[in-house]
Structure formats: structure tokens, C-alpha cells
Ligand binder design. Structure first.
Ligand code: NAD
Ligand code: MG
Ligand code: MG
Length: 338
């Protein structure tokens, strides 16, 4: 597989175009500020009522209504929440899109599952950083970047790929590596990864470990440090040098215990469940469920959020983190700013 870097991208392509970033959330704030710092002319398109407008203006960005931003731009990056993109596209984006404009996404959901069907005159590309928006911004500021996927759904101009590489480079991706994929592959692997491993699997593992210790009579504070706080330290070692790097650093006892017991937790039954989760992603069953959940007001999501917030591990953690102010000082997420 070929990996592209800054030297393979022509930054001047995106610098010569006007880019509208629609939405100023996790990804939106990162793309807008990174592109601006890379010398690109950026306008942030937001709803009239948007709470994000003030944050974007404070960051020194040009802000406009969504329709005006789209009408003024050569490249339109759609960074509103996935579940609102289809309606937003039909009502405010498509009618304003210039002939031959480039329509860009950071996730393939709406194109792959045909919630959005773009006009034939458009280039349709994906530039998807493989990391949370707050890291897309913080790594860029440190001179690094987040590995990024690019994909082409439609190439009306014959230049779609070069534009995607140029955009990815301006966003910092070319420092870490840019990989070309398809909308289908990105969508399916992204949904599977966040469900089975990153957001779903790992939190369920933390909670199950914590609850096992607490139910056995150990102090919740002990269980929190062991099953949640320490995970960050372990992940840092894995991130830096792979699983062997982590095993080199932990004790031989931890290494032997982990190698023999880990597969008993993530056993054959867990693997079969992962296969079912993947099958539901591939068949579109998960996509239909999520579209339907939003049509009916996202009440189940709200109920699950509330339940997650009220777990004792969250309360215990909040108290313990108060005693570790350095975590807050270096925090990536500050809702008043980004
Ligand atoms: P978000 O929820 O953080 O932010 C969305 C922003 O869009 C809001 O802050 C607001 O400015 C605006 N917005 C909200 N509702 C809107 C509406 N109804 N109409 C118009 N604008 C609205 O979203 P996000 O997590 O940054 O996701 C944006 C896109 O990036 C999605 O396609 C997502 O899959 C993709 N993505 C996100 C991440 C991530 O780190 N969160 C990582 C990779 C890809
Ligand atoms: Mg995702
Ligand atoms: Mg230990």
C-alpha cells in the first residue's frame, strides 16, 4: 500500500481555492484552523443560531451563513454531524453549489449509504483524519499531524485526487501519512472500529473490569486507577512502539499474566460477536438503525448517554481527577473554546 507524504502533495492547489468548512465542532474547528494556518482562504459556514460562531470568530476565522459560505467556495467540506448531513445537503448545500465544485467529507457514511446523491458535475472526495478533531488540531500545532485517509467517489474534473491530497496536506495529514482508500472501505472499517474496539469495546472492557473489582469488595478508587487511569499509560507505550514496546516496559509478571489471560477475556465468543457487528455494518443494518433512531428523535441515544454519565466510575473518576490538576491544564477538550 502506498503512503503519501507532504512531498507528494501540491499544497498550492488548495491554497488557490476558497474552502468552506460547514460546522465548527470536533473536526470543523481543527480543519478550519489548520487550513488557515497553512495559508488557505477559509470561510466557516454555520447556522444563524449557531453557538459555535463566536468561537470561530474568536479564532480569527471568517464566518458566514451556510448557504453563503457554500456559494462562495470552490471546496465545501461537510463537517456537520453525520445524522444531519442529508437534510442539510438537500436544503442548504446543493442549491448553492457552484458548477464543478469539490464536495468533501471526513467520513463516508452519507455517500456510501446513499443518504446523499451528489450531482454529476461535482468532484466528491473524502479527507478523513484517523483521529479525534482535538488531536487533529493539537498535533498540527506541534508540527505533526494525524494519519489521514483520502478517497474519490466522483472525479468530474480529473483533478479530484490531487485536490484531496492537497487538502489532506494542508490539514497536517501529510506529515504523518496519507493513505488512499474507497468510501466503502473507510465507512465500514470506521464504523466497525469505533463500535467493536475504540469507543464501544474499550469502554465496555474498562467498565467490566472496574465493576468486577468493586463487586469483589475493592475500593472504587483502586479500581478506577487500575482499570481506567492506567490504561492511558499502557496505551501511550503501545502507541509509541507497538505491543512489544509495552511488554518490554511492564513487569514479566504483567506480561505473562496478560498474554495468558487476555485471550480468555476476548475469547471465541467475543470474536463471533465482532463478526456479527461487522456484518451489520456491511449489510447497512446498522446504518438503517441509526437513520431511524434520528428520525424518531434520538431518544434511545439520550437514554444511553444518561445511563453512561450516572455510572459510579464517572463520579469516582471526576473526584480523583480533581486531585490531578495537570490533567486539566493540558486538556484537549475545552467546550468553551473548541
Ligand atoms: P460535531 O458533532 O463535533 O460538530 C458538528 C458541528 O456542526 C457543530 O459544532 C455545529 O457547528 C454544526 N452543526 C450541528 N448541528 C448541525 C445541523 N443540524 N446543521 C448544520 N450544522 C450543524 O461533529 P464531528 O464529530 O466533528 O463530525 C463531523 C464529521 O467528521 C462527521 O462526518 C464525522 O463522522 C467526521 N469525523 C469525526 C471525527 C471526530 O473526531 N469527531 C473523526 C473523523 C471523522
Ligand atoms: Mg467514525
Ligand atoms: Mg499493575
Amino acid at each position: 500500500m502506498k503512503v503519501f507524504y507532504d512531498k507528494d502533495a501540491d499544497l498550492s492547489l488548495v491554497q488557490g481555492r476558497k474552502v468552506a468548512i460547514i460546522g465548527y465542532g470536533s473536526q470543523g474547528h481543527a480543519h478550519a484552523n489548520n487550513l488557515k494556518d497553512s495559508g488557505v482562504s477559509v470561510v466557516v459556514g454555520l447556522r444563524e443560531s449557531s453557538a459555535s460562531a463566536e468561537k470561530a470568530r474568536e479564532a480569527g476565522l471568517e464566518v458566514a451563513g451556510i448557504a453563503d459560505a457554500v456559494a462562495s467556495a470552490d471546496i465545501i467540506m461537510v463537517l456537520a454531524p453525520d445524522e444531519h448531513q442529508a437534510a442539510l445537503y438537500a436544503e442548504q448545500i446543493e442549491p448553492q453549489l457552484r458548477q464543478g465544485a469539490t464536495l468533501a467529507f471526513a467520513h463516508g457514511f452519507n455517500i456510501h449509504f446513499e443518504q446523499i446523491r451528489p450531482r454529476g458535475d461535482l468532484d466528491v472526495i473524502m479527507v478523513a483524519p484517523k483521529g479525534p478533531g482535538h488531536l487533529v488540531r493539537s498535533t498540527y500545532k506541534q508540527g505533526g499531524g494525524v494519519p489521514t485517509l483520502v478517497a474519490i467517489f466522483q472525479d468530474a474534473s480529473g483533478q479530484a485526487r490531487e485536490i484531496a491530497l492537497s487538502y489532506a496536506s494542508a490539514n497536517g495529514g501529510g506529515r504523518a501519512g496519507i493513505i488512499e482508500t474507497t468510501f466503502r472501505e473507510e465507512t465500514e472499517t470506521d464504523l466497525f472500529g469505533e463500535q467493536a474496539v475504540l469507543c464501544g469495546g474499550v469502554t465496555a472492557l474498562i467498565e467490566a473490569g472496574y465493576e468486577t473489582l468493586v463487586e469483589a469488595g475493592y475500593a472504587p478508587e483502586m479500581a478506577y486507577f487500575e482499570c481506567l487511569h492506567e490504561l492511558k499509560l499502557i496505551i501511550d507505550l503501545i502507541y509509541e512502539g507497538g505491543i512489544s514496546n509495552m511488554n518490554y516496559s511492564v513487569s514479566n509478571t504483567a506480561e505473562y499474566g496478560g498474554l495468558t489471560r487476555g485471550p480468555r477475556v476476548i475469547n471465541e465468543s467475543a470474536r463471533q460477536t465482532m463478526q456479527q457487528i461487522l456484518a451489520d455494518v456491511q449489510s447497512g443494518a446498522f446504518a438503517s438503525e441509526w437513520v431511524e433512531e434520528n428520525r424518531s428523535g434520538a431518544q434511545e441515544l439520550e437514554r444511553l448517554r444518561e445511563r453512561s454519565r450516572n455510572q459510579t466510575i464517572e463520579q469516582v473518576g471526576a473526584q480523583l481527577r480533581e486531585m490531578m490538576p495537570w490533567i486539566r491544564e493540558k486538556r484537549l477538550v475545552d467546550p468553551s473554546r473548541n
